[in-house]
Design a protein around this ligand. Structure first.
Ligand SMILES: Nc1ncnc2c1ncn2[C@@H]1O[C@H](COP(=O)(O)OP(=O)(O)O)[C@@H](O)[C@H]1O
Ligand SMILES: O=P(O)(O)OC[C@H]1O[C@](O)(COP(=O)(O)O)[C@@H](O)[C@@H]1O
Length: 318
């Protein structure tokens, strides 16, 4: 019976469990054996393999995180580590591997493809920073978590007439900040992809308070700066009382949204179809509401989309 390996790698994201469940259940129904690999490429190095049954993936659909767990592996970054990974898979009779993770995980999968393993990627990162997919796994859930947190902060900031400076995740992407910022009607959004002028922002915040506002919210993507540094600067520039909040890993938890559950189920189903058709060396995505796939090479060379149009909408709405 053909064996298919599956692992989750890099930062976990809400919906990974749903994707694993869909792969296991569809795969078994089509006559494949699904082998779960624990702790991403780290577990691949250490041969942490075990066969997954339909029952093993019961009760995980609505849980955040990944029951296969995730890790980062320095050993796997090396050529020797990658050869060891391919060897460990072949030794266990696994010639096909599904990797759920972000850009780094995709790079590892592409290396394994060159070493004779048929690999597949699924975009598992809350940051939404994988090209050729409109959404990544967990992004939608994270937006809802951030939106709730901003709502809570707004309540208390309003009572005390303060400015809340909220740092959200996104090492090199402003997607969480822009989407959550628009959804929450915030006053300023700082992202790594676009320039910003803190003195100008501070002046506008002050104008708002002078016109009767009782609170203001500034969202900062972590790749653009630190809330702990930006909050005192705003105070220095305009005199308003400010408070920094780093949302941190709270954003990566929580039960997956309906959107994240449904599209990961579709992707898990689709990847088994690709395996049956012997199409490999590709990563899946969702584009215009359709599950699509592209070669790793196309993903690595695609332009990283700047969300300038969405940012412009935000500017027009404040
Ligand atoms: N350029 C690369 N080549 C091969 N493997 C890589 C590469 N970059 C990252 N990896 C592997 O993928 C793992 C996850 O990558 P990382 O960048 O931490 O997360 P993500 O996949 O979420 O971007 C790393 O720990 C490493 O083992
Ligand atoms: O949990 P860690 O290892 O501190 O990683 C934090 C990072 O995880 C992320 O949420 C997502 O990163 P990945 O692309 O590795 O999934 C980043 O925005 C953040 O900088």
């Amino acid at each position: 019976m053909k064996k298919i390996g599956i692992l989750t790698s890099g930062g976990d994201s809400q919906g990974m469990n749903s994707a694993i469940r869909a792969v296991v259940r569809t795969g078994i129904a089509r006559g494949f054996e699904i082998i779960g690999i624990k702790r991403g490429y780290k577990g691949l190095m250490e041969k942490e393999f075990s066969k997954l049954t339909s029952r093993d993936v019961g009760d995980i659909l609505y849980r955040g995180g990944t029951f296969l767990q995730s890790a980062r592996s320095e050993e796997f970054r090396t050529k020797e580590g990658q050869k060891k990974g391919a060897y460990n898979l072949k030794e266990a009779g696994i010639d096909t591997l599904i990797v759920i993770g972000g850009d780094g995980s995709y790079r590892g999968a592409a290396e394994l493809q060159k070493l004779g393993i048929k690999t597949y990627g699924m975009p598992g990162t809350i940051d939404n920073d994988i090209p050729l997919t409109d959404y990544t796994i967990g992004f939608d859930t994270t937006l809802n978590v951030v939106m709730d947190a901003i709502g809570n902060l707004r309540d208390t900031m309003s009572s005390h007439e303060r400015v809340s400076v909220i740092e959200v995740m996104g090492r090199s992407s402003g997607d969480i900040a822009i989407h959550a910022g628009i959804a929450s009607g915030v006053d300023a959004i700082l992202v790594p992809e676009l320039p910003w002028d803190l003195k100008d922002i501070s002046r506008k915040l002050k104008e708002g308070f002078d016109q009767g506002k009782t609170h203001s919210i500034v969202v900062v993507a972590e790749g653009a700066g630190k809330a702990e540094e930006i909050a005192p600067l705003i105070h220095e520039y305009c005199g308003l009382d400010t408070r920094p909040t780093v949302l941190g890993h709270i954003q990566r938890g929580g039960t997956p949204s309906a959107f994240d559950r449904v599209f990961t189920s579709q992707m898990g189903h689709k990847v088994i179809e690709l395996i049956e058709n012997d199409i490999h060396g590709v990563a899946l995505g969702i584009e215009k509401n359709e599950i699509t796939y592209h070669s790793f090479e196309d993903i690595f060379t695609a332009d990283t989309e700047l969300k300038a149009d969405l940012y412009q909408i935000f500017k027009d709405l404040i």
